[in-house]
Design a protein around this ligand. Sequence first.
Ligand code: XLS
Ligand code: NI
Ligand code: NI
Length: 440
Amino acid sequence: MKEYFANIPKIPYEGPKSNNPLAFRYYNPDEIIGGKKMREQLKFALSYWHTMCGDGTDMFGRGTQDKTFGETDPMAIYKAKAEAAFELMDKLSVDYFCFHDRDIAPEGETLAESNERLDEMCGLIRELQKKYDKKLLWGTANCFNNPRYMHGAGTAPSADVFAFAAAQIKKALELTVAMGGKGYVFWGGREGYETLLNTDMGLELDNMARLLKMAVKYARSIGFDGDFYIEPKPKEPTKHQYDFDSATVISFLRKHGLDKDFKLNVEANHATLAGHTFQHELRVARTEGFFGSIDANQGDMLIGWDTDQFPTNVYETALCMYEVIKAGGFTNGGLNFDAKTRRGSYTPEDIVYSYIAGMDAFALGLRIAMKMIEDGRIDSFVADRYASWKTGIGADIIAGNADLESLEKYVLEKGDVIDSVTSGRQEYLENILNSIMFSL
Ligand code: XLS
Ligand code: NI
Ligand code: NI
């Protein structure tokens, strides 16, 4: 088989002192950390759309990156993309991938033609999966690119468009099952609105729930035993995306009885677009029992859109991995690099450097998060801060043995409570985190 990244070797782990740009400094796939191999703790996935398809096009200019892999015929291009994807995963020790239907085969004139092409590509991908021992983290359907979805898919005003999306999702579920995927993502695409002057919000949201229920029913009937995920995002492409953030999505899922089948796929850049930290979004998901999977990337704090950069901010990756470990680690989910090289980083080597950077940043994050937990100072500070809930009046409140009258009586007897108020010690804790991070 043709080698697509011929000047890229299999990336070795060389440790923190290495100056080799084509080596990992922190990601040592088979090293045991926290009782599991790093590759199992991190479950890295390649995003097929950015890595194999994205060519750097933006609203001011055409693509800078050639993703045709030396081919011209449309199906030949997509076959080459698949072979190149698996070669790349192999060289990078990335064990999983994620795809949209339209990433793996060019859309045809009709649904039937698109589906035939998907079947053909699915056969090739399954062979490559076997050859390289690679797994599908999750599949999804691209129900936002085609002009038919200009007003949304599951929330489109037109029932015909809803039906088309449903048909596309049916096929994407079949592909996900055929490739052994344990996850299926709904990112809201154009599910949102620009103005309420033309929008029946209540109907649109109910229709979205109808579509998700149909998806669950069909997927379970064809043997899908993985998790469904909704990926929250507050804006872009529409002004108001319905799946604004973790809390909004959880309340929607609960309202419609979808909470047993769905978890969240939390994306770092979407968290910051919603005005939250990445850790906040993960904490909401974890606390509410919806922690599922992660789209690992980062945004630029000075740019108000989804820049999907490779994650290199180690504070963020450490606090993310802290949440992952506290959630009990990944089960069906993992870390999907929903990230692209910058438009100016246009060479094939840049793809490799970017993955190495992202993987090393998360490996460092994992190592630091383990140290935070072993060190214990931050966790025990938090435990002490809430100690008043363990005994006395706090324990009574939690046990349901208190009411407003008993609490009034308690306070009247006790007098002021200011002596029970302790310092939050934010700077002290931030310094502990720094000392843990930089003593590695
Ligand atoms: C776009 C989303 C998308 C999803 C998959 O902003 O992040 O890439 O992850 O449809
Ligand atoms: Ni994403
Ligand atoms: Ni995104």
